[in-house]
Ligand binder design. Structure first.
Ligand code: PLP
Length: 448
């Protein structure tokens, strides 16, 4: 056996970077709504010896020996997911959310078949048929949008479904601040005989915690990542519902075959073990409290932002996520907003808003959310403070103009970066952020 050394002594460079990232997370507000802080238990499982194992196949049907404990881990993970979401069949092997969705296509569609999903610019995900993604390039993609008020346009969804007869319809989004009406999607899918898949990657924790309506009674398939509101390690699951089985008894085997051997080789068993731990955590009553607090915090943040002069897409939030519409200050201001918030120690991302007058590269909105701050133990009182800080930072950011031409834009961005980097108001906010973070340390205290 080679000599074992700790990371610190074996690879000080990477050790130092992990320490730096830990400190960055501890000293800043992580408000990207697809992110969270996983538990030490989850990360202990993720760093376990299961990373060494090969286990192509499924429990008790493997192509390699030595899988007695892997089988137990995978079976336990599946059982926990079934219990948590109330589904009939679960595949826990997809490497991440995008490969999980790819497996659904591979299981159900032939190249050229019609698929329908929410437009990326209206808050949908790349894998729901966006033009540059495999899904938009391999299949005939039909995209639905939101109305000017920011809500899904069900009249359009139905009209497009009747016109194009998609074989598969996706619902679920990455940038949608309101509760999804899965029942409405279910009716439309049934009317045209389509498979309906709900991608609950963003809201899985809210569904598990009982604060967002579950799609399970209305859809055939549910896909989800495990690392967003569900607060596990990076990974994904594909679930088949009772309604799915009633439509197609073969659905579980079609999904399983699409994942392996259709698209993947050996599953990441360390990831599976970590997902099991996260699902175990999500089954506890504290998790439901956590999920409810995420939404309370999101609503409190929405109020605070609005009171401080910010405009929100749909005017508020039902879930964990908010979209700030910066067009009152001009178009294409998202990047400046993101840069200013970064300088203040608040991590968010620039995002398109519905009917964005600018482009996806230089969008006019900011997407942010409350899952990670809620994990730290922050509540409505802190959200009121955070909303004020964000509004202050965005007002600093939005004095910069984003020109339409490429050269003008490059010069403007360079100038804005410099000004934002040395802005005294942002430095003041940075101090306030730091003080708030110190009150809610990530790694020293017990977690909520
Ligand atoms: C995050 C997300 C995905 C993709 O997950 P990755 O793990 O980043 O591949 C898919 N669908 C939706 C709705 C998501 O929010």
């Amino acid at each position: 056996m080679y000599k074992q050394r700790t990371l610190r002594s074996s690879d000080p460079e990477i050790y130092r970077l992990i320490q730096s990232e830990t400190k960055r997370q501890d000293n800043g507000l992580e408000m990207i709504p697809s992110e969270n802080h996983s538990s030490i238990a989850v990360r202990e499982a993720l760093g376990s010896v299961f990373t060494d194992k090969y286990s192509e196949g499924y429990p008790h049907k493997r192509y390699y020996g030595g899988n007695e404990f892997v089988d137990e881990v995978e079976t336990l993970t599946i059982e926990r997911a079934k219990k948590l979401f109330g589904v009939e069949h679960v595949n826990v092997q997809p490497y991440s959310g995008s490969p999980a969705n790819q497996a659904v296509y591979f299981a159900l569609l032939e190249a050229g078949d019609a698929v329908m999903g929410q437009n990326l610019t209206a808050g949908g995900h790349l894998t729901h048929g966006w033009k540059v993604n495999f899904s938009g390039r391999t299949y005939r993609s039909v995209q639905y949008n939101v109305k000017p008020d920011g809500y899904i346009d069900f009249a359009e969804v139905r009209k497009l479904a009747l016109e194009h007869r998609p074989k598969l319809i996706w619902c679920g989004a990455t940038a949608y601040p309101r509760e999804l009406d899965f029942g409405e999607f279910g009716k439309i899918a049934d009317e045209v005989g389509a498979y309906l898949a709900a991608d609950i990657s963003h809201i899985a924790g809210l569904v598990a915690g009982g604060v967002h309506k579950s799609p399970v009674p209305y859809v055939h398939i549910v896909t989800t990542t495990t690392h967003k509101t569900l607060r596990g390690s990076r990974g994904a699951m594909i679930m088949v519902t009772k309604k799915g089985l009633e439509k197609d008894l073969e659905l579980p085997s079609k999904i399983d075959k699409a994942v392996f051997p259709g698209l993947q080789g050996g599953p990441h068993d360390h990831q599976t073990a970590a997902i099991a731990v996260a699902l175990g955590e999500a089954l506890r009553p504290e998790f439901s409290k956590y999920a409810h607090q995420i939404v309370k915090n999101s609503r409190a943040l929405a109020s605070s932002l609005t009171e401080n002069g910010m405009k929100l897409v749909t005017g508020g939030s039902d879930n964990h996520l908010l979209l700030i519409d910066l067009t009152q200050f001009g178009k294409g201001k998202g990047l400046f907003g993101q840069l200013a918030l970064d300088t203040a120690g608040i991590t968010t991302n620039k995002n398109t808003i519905p009917f964005d007058p600018s482009s996806p590269f230089y969008p006019s909105g900011i997407r942010l959310g409350t899952p990670a701050l809620t994990t730290r133990g922050m509540k409505e009182k802190e959200m009121a403070q955070v909303g004020k800080m964000i509004a202050r930072a965005l007002k600093v950011a939005c004095i910069h103009e984003m020109p339409d031409d490429k050269e003008g834009r490059e010069a403007a961005i360079a100038k804005a970066k410099e000004a934002i980097g040395s802005n005294p108001e942002l430095k003041k906010i940075r101090k306030d952020v730091l003080a708030l973070c110190k009150k809610f340390p990530l790694h020293k205290n017990k977690r909520p």
